[in-house]
Design a protein around this ligand. Sequence first.
Ligand code: SAM
Ligand code: SF4
Length: 437
Amino acid sequence: MNAPPKTFRVKSFGCQMNVYDGDRIAELLTEQGLASVGDGDDADVVVLNTCHIREKAADKAYSDVGRLKREDGTRPTIALAGCVAQAEGAEAKKRSPMIDIVVGPQAYHRLPQMLAQSALGGRPVDTDMPAISKFASLPERRRANPSAFLTVQEGCDKFCTYCVVPYTRGAEVSRPFADIVAEARRLADVGAREITLLGQNVNAWEHEGRDLADLIRAVAEIHGIERIRYTTSHPADMNEALIAAHADVGKLMPYLHLPVQSGSDSILAAMNRSHSTESYLRTIEKVREARPDMAISGDFIVGFPGETEEDFEATLHIVDEVRYASAYSFKYSPRPGTPAAAMEDQVPGEIMDERLQRLHERIDRHRLAFNRSKVGTRTQLLVERPGRRLGQVIGRSPWLQSVHVESDAPPGTMLDVMLTSAGPNSMSGAVRTAEAA
Ligand code: SAM
Ligand code: SF4
């Protein structure tokens, strides 16, 4: 039997939902009396909260496990959590015998019991998917960053042919309305000024006849919450009520992450995306009618099987049409068990590299143009952290731009600023005095 652990470290990879889960795991272990240690520090327990979306992300988890061996040959108790754990289950322990515990994203509330089993020499695996009972078993939120995440929906029923999420996160499940509002209130009480509602398909959230627009309106009523965001949305679930909320809920920020994945309709059909370029562009038009200053963001996959140069050029074309304020782009990565992995016409790596490079350049051009269009705008900045220099802070604009200003205001402060210059990745601003406000 090993000595009971005293310290822990959680390392999260991948999406914002993993960041949320990582925070909740940390709260759970803290409640058990374990102390959290910093990123580079030695800990008795290390939880690797992994991502399985692309091959590289999954491989990273195993190389991180290998690095946990200490110079004296000992190692911490290692818990593999997140989507790699869910996808690989007990296989993960065969691939890396250093892994003591395997716990899926729906089962991490049972981590304390699993640690106890591990201390007795067990090597537990739990990849059950009970219908989100984990939320009820987690401790109350004790602290929050000024900008906090709140998972409202998990899983996905869309089955895009390239994607592992429906397999690793299970079917679409929405958390109950009252639970979410209670957690949002609590986050406001412990310091959150901004809440980002999270879900794999957040705009598919629904509970007892309410939809995401109703939820946003309820969160907007909470004293202390000044900004609301939500991500990630599916184009097919962007309903009129949600678009209307952008026009009349002042706290709802003018930023929408709406992945299109490709600008080619034949590729979208092969991806099983259930939207076309035309329906996507119509949605963007409506959103901009509701909120003309909306920043649009997206995700793109290049090199999906069968993607021709013409298909790829259609992707460049949609980037120009939408004029994205920001976007993420990825090389297609075949995921075991997904239909696209078995498709013919896999695109060679060099072609993917070259297309990715061209797409990056195009996205960067639009990002810079969007940032420049905001120079001279007076707006509110939510301070998130100190800057690199003394007397400088970094905050977010309503359009999610990272803005540097000269100030020593603490995190959580709302500053009235003038945006003064723009780069591709960040902006600079000047704080306006109270008299000038
Ligand atoms: N639910 C969101 C949607 O429908 O767009 C996306 C969630 S997924 C976790 C995040 C992004 O990862 C996707 O938008 C897609 O661009 C990318 N992605 C998913 N599977 C991928 C794969 N097999 N290869 C490369 N990128 C992938
Ligand atoms: Fe994956 Fe598609 Fe579901 Fe998004 S909608 S999580 S890309 S299957």
